[in-house]
Design a protein around this ligand. Structure first.
Ligand SMILES: [Zn+2]
Length: 421
């Protein structure tokens, strides 16, 4: 019999752990920052703290694989800065791992690590921008700044953080027109990725001399990721409203498709049709940044709710926000609740009602369900508990104290003064 102590026991929840094929009521015990046990009727006497999560969904910590959180450095011409503070936006959606996609280039990875990643409670991973300075200045237009060797070296220097290479926002832009060959950004990103043996994540803008079909059928390699799959610029849906065959061909080749909602890249007119035709994105992500946190993205749970109301099941939304993401990231240790895994856990309700959701084309759907994160645990620590699931009723709580330096303690509400206990 197991007599080890549990620090936290999540009791009676509906556990959805797609990687392990678990979808039903079970207890989850955490100890030492790890998942200690998962199963029916774990003994509450072994737990320092029992949290009743009956009627709620218990999932692996959510992984948002497209965000911008390098907030200590604002690009020129954007005084507010592009990036958000990770911890302020992640835990309230159950997100315990966030992937910064190319805000930093190779020249900033060390600074990004020291000023943001090492200080955040959220686990932050990164794709390194093929542009040496990342998303700064002229915003990834000048091919002379694409440095495959440097980007690959940065990935290799920080393997615990860096997942691969990002290319983005490469469109025609004076004064670089002559330098601006159609595939320069994609080709250099692939070259960097080959040097360090990692995938590329593509944010792509098609042009007649640079068709999207060629990206996903010829350029992208198995394991590479196209983010923003339901953006308006991708002609993925035919006149009959069906997904064009080349998309399934690309998926069969091993190209991964990520939602990457963003301020402009999720159109229900594409996404709803694709999902109805059996082509959901492999992974669900927000592309959260400072210019979409108050619309249209808001947060990960809102993005997950959109997918739910477009027809995916609760289980499928969780899979595409946890286990599937870990596959795209090549991080098999993440996205599941196996015994021994890092104790990153989210607890959700799925509310019923009438809820509107908008897309990047200012169109809406009216849905009837919505994810609401109730509790988030990161590395075994409760970091978000909006409804007090882990707290006692106030009447059962110990006395409250307030004090000034050198003063005796007062018991709130009692009029009494105590000496320090
Ligand atoms: Zn982005």
């Amino acid at each position: 019999m197991n007599t080890d102590r549990y620090e936290i026991l999540l009791k009676g929840g509906h556990v959805i752990d797609p990687k392990n094929g678990r979808d039903g009521v079970a207890d989850v015990a955490l100890a030492g920052g790890r998942v200690a046990a998962v199963g029916p009727d774990l003994n509450p006497a072994l737990a320092d703290r029992v949290v009743d999560v009956s009627g709620l969904y218990v999932t692996p910590g959510i992984i948002d694989m497209h965000v911008h959180v390098y907030h200590t450095r604002a690009p020129e011409g954007d005084p507010e800065g592009l990036s958000v503070v990770a911890d302020a936006h992640t835990f309230r959606s159950g997100v315990t791992t966030a992937v910064d996609t190319g805000t930093a280039g190779a020249r900033q990875i060390r600074h990004f690590k020291q000023t943001v990643i090492d200080r955040a409670k959220t686990r932050i991973l990164a794709y390194v921008n093929i542009v040496d300075q990342g998303m700064l200045g002229d915003f990834e237009q000048d091919p002379r700044t694409f440095d495959a060797e440097l980007a690959a070296a940065a990935v290799e220097a920080y393997p615990e953080i860096c997942l691969g290479i990002k290319t983005a926002h490469y469109w025609t832009h004076e004064p670089y027109d002559e330098l601006h060959t159609p595939w320069a950004a994609v080709d250099q990103a692939i070259r960097a990725a080959e040097l360090c043996g990692k995938p590329v994540m593509y944010d792509f803008w098609p042009r007649p001399e640079r068709p999207y079909e060629d990206l996903v059928l010829k350029k992208a390699r198995p394991g590479d990721i196209h983010t923003h799959v339901f953006a308006q610029q991708f002609m993925t849906i035919d006149d009959a409203g069906k997904v064009k065959p080349f998309m399934r061909e690309a998926r069969a080749r091993g190209v991964r498709f990520d939602l990457g909602h963003g301020a402009g890249s999720f159109w229900f007119r594409n996404g709803a049709r694709a999902i109805a035709d059996g082509f959901p994105p492999d992974t669900i992500s927000t592309d959260l940044h400072n210019h979409n946190v108050h619309g249209v993205v808001v947060d990960m749970q809102t993005t997950m709710s959109k997918m739910l109301n477009l027809g995916l099941s609760v289980q499928d939304v969780i899979a595409r926000s946890t286990a599937n993401v870990a596959v795209s990231l090549n991080r098999p240790e993440l996205g599941h609740l196996s015994v021994g895994a890092c104790a990153d856990v989210a607890v959700f309700t799925v509310q019923s009602g009438r809820f509107g959701f908008i897309d990047c084309g200012r169109a809406k759907i009216i849905g009837d369900r919505r994810f609401e994160c109730q509790l988030t645990i990161r590395g075994g620590q409760i970091v978000y508990d909006i409804g007090g699931l882990s707290a006692p009723e106030w009447t059962a709580a110990p006395p409250a104290y307030w004090t000034l330096p050198g003063q005796p303690l007062s018991v709130a509400g009692s009029g009494a003064t105590l000496s320090k206990p």
